[in-house]
Design a protein around this ligand. Structure first.
Ligand SMILES: Cc1ncc(COP(=O)(O)O)c(C=O)c1O
Length: 423
């Protein structure tokens, strides 16, 4: 017998779809892969250089992370994310996913997940047998949670209990980004209900109109834990390094984290911590690399948004990260004639018949009948696209067709699906 909380888990759907697409591609099928969200860009050479330089380092490092790295991240957060920090409050772990998981383990309480949230929060909560509620959000607000949504939730609830709200901006699956103003009003409700906030800011600098994204920790500093890492902004998912920043008021929990780290992963790989040190120095050339990547993603997102919204496919307005939630709810009648009533069945139908992979909304907290999907627009050769963009200095339709052909074809195939069901 195994732990029943674990027995009910399935493998993460993002990883599963990736395996399925690989399998189909090996069989010779031309699949447009909107399913997997990995940064397509190369790691900046300065980070790779630092990794090589420290490859000989075989020491275990302190459980909370290399001191100079904690200091560098504190500085980075102050300067490039507007979050004043001290090194003692920074903790390094093997990916922000692990740090989120350990935080979920450490804190008692009921978790609040906005509808339209990253796939792993709920399974992580389930694996500890924890309780959670999905808070309803609205397409019209790009599925961002508002103070009003929280008020509706807390009507007739025992507000004395401990609740933990998980926020993520720029958001996976919608690409939505909360503004500083939105956070200000949200913070009032968070304070009213004494919420702890886990603010997942792993995509912060992949922002389409600013060098970084607003953080709720600026207006709700007392109870917000910020999460970040190398995976997205620095295109180094496989390096497995994340960090979290505890608020000052949570000093008393530092030992709990250190104890749990020391009994689980011990410390993050030493050479990787030195590579991260280079990343968080965030030199100008690296900043440009990140802003060029963001511009490329912005251009692709605008292209997809236009193509789809022109034919009444609902699209969230991506302002960061590399995702967009799209919806086929306007076509429910036509789709039900195919015998399809859920987003899971529609994702399967589109993959089998149109060779386009996208993730069903149910994985992100949507009701199974809501025909929303996440598309990740990163199925291209980031190195080639980056080089071509730096030469061309602009991205138009010809560029998209030429350098991101899988995106272009995927969009065309989805348009064809709409034409077919509309006949
Ligand atoms: C919203 C969000 N949070 C956290 C993570 C985990 O990132 P890491 O590689 O740091 O564990 C991801 C990765 O897909 C993500 O999309």
């Amino acid at each position: 017998m195994i732990n029943k909380n674990i027995a009910s888990l399935k493998q993460s759907s993002t990883l599963l779809i990736n395996e399925k697409v690989k399998e189909l591609r090996v069989k010779g099928e031309m699949i447009s892969h909107f399913g997997f969200g990995q940064s397509p860009f190369p790691i900046h050479r300065s980070i790779v250089g630092a990794l090589k330089e420290h490859a000989h380092n075989n020491h275990y490092l302190p459980v909370a992370g290399l001191e100079v790295l904690r200091e560098q991240i504190a500085f980075f957060l102050g300067r490039f994310q507007n979050i004043k920090s001290q090194k003692e409050s920074i903790f390094i772990g093997p990916g922000s996913k692990e740090l989120l998981y350990q935080s979920i383990l450490i804190f008692e309480g009921v978790f609040l997940i906005p509808k339209g949230s990253w796939v792993s929060y709920i399974p992580q909560i389930q694996s500890k047998g924890g309780k959670y509620h999905i808070i309803d959000t609205d397409f019209k607000n790009d599925f961002k949670i508002t103070a009003q949504d929280l008020e509706v939730f807390f009507e007739n609830k025992n507000a004395k209990k401990q609740y933990i709200l998980i926020l993520n901006s720029p958001n996976n699956p919608t690409g939505a980004v909360y503004s500083a103003e939105e956070y200000k009003t949200l913070a009032i409700a968070c304070r009213k209900y004494n919420l702890i906030v886990f603010s997942d800011e792993i995509y912060s600098q992949i922002n389409f109109s600013a060098p970084f994204s607003a953080s709720i920790s600026c207006c709700y500093p007392e109870k917000t834990i910020v999460f970040g890492g190398l995976s997205k902004v620095f295109s180094a998912g496989g390096y497995r390094l994340g960090f979290m920043r505890l608020p000052r008021a949570f000093e008393m929990y530092q030992n709990a984290y250190k104890a749990l780290f020391s009994e689980t992963f011990s410390c993050v790989s030493s050479p990787v911590q030195f590579a991260a040190l280079k990343a968080y120095e965030y030199e100008q050339d690296l900043q440009k690399h990140v802003s060029d990547s963001s511009f490329i993603l912005k251009s692709i997102s605008e292209y997809i948004y236009k193509e789809f919204s022109d034919i009444a496919i609902e699209c969230t307005k991506s302002q960061g990260a590399f995702y967009m939630a799209i919806g086929f709810n306007e076509f429910k009648t036509q789709i039900s004639k195919l015998g399809i009533h859920t987003n899971v069945d529609l994702a399967t139908y589109v993959l089998e018949n149109y060779k386009v992979a996208m993730l069903p909304g149910v994985d992100f907290g949507f009701e199974k009948e809501a025909l929303f999907f996440r598309i990740a627009f990163v199925d291209f050769d980031g190195q080639e696209v980056m080089k071509s963009y730096q030469e061309a200095k602009e991205i138009d339709l010809d560029f998209i067709k030429r350098y991101t052909p899988n995106i272009f074809e995927g969009v065309e195939k989805i348009k064809k699906f709409i034409t077919d069901i509309s006949c």
